[in-house]
Design a protein around this ligand. Structure first.
Ligand SMILES: [Zn+2]
Length: 85
């Protein structure tokens, strides 16, 4: 399950453009993760969200979803168990 943080956490999503092959990252609200987005390089519409490492930016810290040093509960990058780190 996705843990919802208080505040305005903005995950970074990676997209692939099928028109020019560019990969680009966009910081956008979680609820807009799967909304259509135009390629930042060619402005094409044939983009797809890449399934890759999930990053969430919280203040000055970066939380990586595949953090090997995280606790056993870290599977989605939103683990509350190792927030203190
Ligand atoms: Zn493109």
């Amino acid at each position: 399950m996705f843990l919802v943080y208080p505040g305005d956490i903005m995950p970074i999503y990676e997209y692939i453009c099928h028109e020019c092959g560019e990969r680009f990252e966009i910081i956008r609200p979680i609820k807009e993760a799967d909304s259509p987005i135009r390629c930042t390089t060619c402005q094409g519409h044939q983009t797809q969200r890449a399934v890759s490492v999930f990053y969430a930016q919280s203040g000055s810290r970066i939380i990586a979803g595949s953090n090997p040093s995280g606790c056993a509960g870290c599977t989605s990058g939103s683990c509350a168990s190792c927030n203190s780190n």
